[in-house]
Design a protein around this ligand. Structure first.
Ligand code: ZN
Length: 255
């Protein structure tokens, strides 16, 4: 089999025996992929400091005839994102992004837009953009790309999104907003959401990617958005993403 190349972000690395490492990445050309890097624990030249979570690599790999694991031949470091390893808050944010990619994506199911979104979010965090806003924007766009875009345009029943219809709730099971007048049932899985937050998240769904940084999230909007997204994640995956509590606990008030 011939050697192939792709850009890839390292999501997870595990030791394998005395000498090898098993690396799981999200790649531009193949989606999620797992590969074995033979001799990675010994080879100073080919892999040193490259096979680390968050690193953006130019991978050379070969498919195996006998296993779903690729054979990783070489890795060139495109970006190490060093700040993500030295700042705890940014580290927990990047860890959350990587766990999301591990949970939500499948092997051999490429989505170049999702790869670009992950690269954008890691670059944002590395450059010191607010971590909470980056995570919110990543999550809302990721749900769209995966086909789970929540409907934040107005109440699911009456269509309104106005101050008169407050308070609004987000229904995780119906993937959208319910206004006060239409909310006659006591339904499990409702998350309170203000008009400000609903409008911000709705704007984030439709804004061009290069303009997302213009959205400003107040501390209240941050708290509400993160609560909503975490609960929606949990409902869709039917399990908790382990990194959510670590990220939320690391959240500094200012950023
Ligand atoms: Zn309504």
């Amino acid at each position: 089999m011939s050697l192939q190349q792709t850009l890839a972000v390292v999501l997870q690395v595990m030791d394998h025996g005395d000498a090898d490492k098993i690396v799981t990445c999200y790649s531009e050309n193949l989606g999620k992929l797992s590969g074995i890097a033979k001799g990675a624990k010994r080879s100073k030249k080919r892999f040193v400091n490259k096979l680390e979570p968050f690193s953006l690599l130019d991978l050379s790999y070969e498919e195996s005839r006998t296993s779903s694991l690729m054979r990783i031949d070489q890795a060139e470091l495109v970006s190490a994102f060093p700040t993500l390893r030295s700042n705890y808050h940014r580290y927990t944010a990047a860890t959350l992004l990587c766990e999301q990619m591990l949970q939500w994506t499948r092997e051999h199911d490429a989505d170049p837009d999702l790869f670009a979104l992950l690269r954008w979010a890691l670059t944002n965090l590395e450059q010191g953009q607010p971590a909470f806003a980056t995570v919110i924007l990543f999550e809302i766009r990721m749900l769209d790309l995966l086909g789970y875009k929540p409907d934040l345009s107005g109440c699911l029943r009456c269509g309104h999104l106005t101050p008169a219809q407050r308070p609004y709730h987000f229904s995780t099971s119906r993937s959208g907003l319910i206004c006060k007048a239409c909310n006659r049932e006591t339904e499990h899985g409702q998350v309170p959401v203000s008009l400000e937050t609903a409008r911000l998240l709705h704007a984030a769904q439709h804004m061009a990617g290069n303009k997302l940084d213009r959205l400003h999230f107040s501390p209240d909007a941050v708290r509400e958005s993160l609560t909503l997204l975490r609960r929606y994640d949990h409902h869709l995956l039917q399990r908790e993403i382990n990194s959510w509590p670590h990220f939320l606990a690391s959240l500094p008030l200012a950023g």
